[in-house]
Ligand binder design. Structure first.
Ligand SMILES: *Cc1c(COP(=O)(O)O)cnc(C)c1O
Length: 296
């Protein structure tokens, strides 16, 4: 597959200079044009299982703008597997750009009501005869975390004191926790409002030793909730782009990067720290914003 080795790019925004921290960005958004960022890492072992089990395809769940749905469609096609997307909500008159793209990569879409969506076993039962390998929403699960742990493969990561990442299902965060060394801390920024059960969901992806590692989850930077945004967040994204040449998405990475800035300014991340921000990709989600609000 045509994946690029992710680049590590040093940036020096004002807050980093002022608080004397070094800041590197792991640009997972650049590894593949469609299977963006963390999604490839999370999907790889599921796809391998689907192939090993001789399944005809994969099936998974998501919303109309889901990065995971699009990544799963494209990754399945590359691997010669069919793909089925179970989409939350009634079928809209116009498909979102995300879903249109997923269909272009061969995904068959099933729209189900929010109520049905909550009963995933029933949905699976309905598609039983298709012989599919099921992947949880967002790629959540131990194999997703195992794949995500490979994000930090290699000695190049030993020099960092803090690693910061956005958390949706927390699978990527859990993967990073698995790999960190004793001198390192991983900081996860939850992009949902009051999603306090996330901690338990992350714990269940970790073994006893991993649960004792140095990690912190923050719930203060959701900007109103999952996929919510406001002028402040959009302005922030434009400023980061103009000062650091780094595009962020409004659902995940902008909130995580904002959190990183606040935690640095509040000295939770002390001066002298060597920070790695994991850019998890997802930029296609910005296409759902009105044209022209972003300067990139
Ligand atoms: C899906 C996604 C995440 C969340 O990853 P989890 O492993 O579910 O926590 C973070 N950032 C981006 C850009 C994503 O698309």
């Amino acid at each position: 597959m045509n994946f690029q080795q992710p680049a590590i790019i040093n940036i020096s925004p004002h807050f980093a200079v002022r608080h004397k921290v070094s800041l590197d960005i792991l640009r997972l958004d650049l590894i593949h044009p469609v299977i963006s960022g963390n999604k490839w890492y999370k999907l790889k072992y599921y796809l391998q299982h689907a192939i090993d089990n001789k399944a005809t395809g994969i099936a998974t769940f998501g919303g109309a703008f889901s990065n995971h749905i699009l990544a799963a469609a494209c990754a399945a096609q590359i691997n010669g597997l069919k793909s089925f997307g179970i989409i939350r909500g009634e079928k809209p008159k116009l498909l979102s750009h995300t879903l249109k793209n997923a269909v272009q990569y061969g995904m068959e879409l099933y729209f189900i009501s929010r109520k049905e969506y909550d009963n995933k076993e029933m949905v699976k039962e309905r598609l039983k005869d298709k012989d599919l390998f099921w992947i949880d929403e967002g790629g959540y699960g131990t194999d997703g975390a195992k794949g995500a742990s490979e994000i930090l493969d290699g000695a190049a990561f030993d020099k960092y004191s803090h690693i910061v990442v956005a958390a949706g299902t927390g699978t990527t965060f859990a993967g990073l926790i698995k790999k960190i060394k004793p001198h390192q801390q991983v900081i996860g920024i939850s992009v949902m409002k009051n999603n306090y059960s996330l901690r338990e969901e992350i714990n269940s992806l970790l073994n006893n030793n991993e649960r004792k590692k140095n990690f912190r989850l923050f719930h203060d930077f959701h900007f109103g909730g999952y996929a919510k945004n406001n002028d402040k967040l959009i302005n922030y994204m434009n400023i980061v782009y103009e000062s650091s040449d780094m595009p962020l998405d409004f659902v995940y990475t902008a909130k995580a990067f904002y959190g990183l800035q606040k935690l640095t300014e509040e000295d939770f991340i002390p001066s002298g720290s060597k920070i790695l921000f994991v850019h998890t990709g997802g930029l296609q989600g910005n296409l759902s914003l009105p044209k022209g609000v972003l300067k990139f």
